[in-house]
Design a protein around this ligand. Structure first.
Ligand code: FES
Ligand code: FES
Length: 161
């Protein structure tokens, strides 16, 4: 069984650990780093619940090994709000639009939307809606999620479309 020493920045803090070669990043974040905001549903890349941001891109933590995260910078849902507790705009939009019910799928959806909102190309309503095809919400909360996406991409009054 192979072991690997990894150093990974998680939500701005450096974590160092020795991990088994077979350990999945989602398990490492939840069990070793204690970041249980990340949810594991299908554990094979379908439901989207485990989505985190790795070096600026939305990644499914169930499809990446902890050893592969060595040297990366990771943001989980715990690291998204401002230090004073102010919610990230994506979190606020979902809250305002009642875009969640039980909340199991929510951290993954938040991280996918946040990654796209900070991408160099401006996110459009269509882009964000298309990205939701990679997330399964068992509570059928999609209408609220759609409202949140519409609010996120709405232009300020008077700004040309
Ligand atoms: S738990 Fe990773 S995609 Fe479902
Ligand atoms: S809010 Fe319950 S699974 Fe989406």
């Amino acid at each position: 069984m192979s072991e690997h020493h990894i150093a990974v920045t998680i939500n701005g803090r450096l974590h160092q650990a020795t991990v088994e070669g077979r350990q999945v990043l989602g398990d490492f974040l939840r069990v070793t780093a204690g970041l249980t905001g990340l949810h594991l549903g299908c554990e094979h890349g379908v439901c989207g619940a485990c989505t985190i941001i790795v070096d600026g891109k939305a990644v499914r933590a169930c499809l990446m090994l902890a050893a592969q995260a060595d040297g990366t910078s990771i943001t989980t849902v715990e690291g998204l709000a401002a230090p004073d507790g102010t919610l990230h705009p994506v979190q606020q939009a979902l809250r305002d639009a009642h875009g969640l019910q039980c909340g199991f799928c929510t951290p993954g959806i938040v991280m996918t939307l946040a990654a796209l909102m900070q991408a160099p190309a401006p996110a459009t309503e269509e882009t964000l809606l298309a990205a939701m095809s990679g997330h399964i919400c068992r509570c059928t909360g999609y209408q609220g999620i759609r409202r949140a996406i519409r609010a996120l991409t709405a232009r300020p009054p008077g700004e040309p479309a």
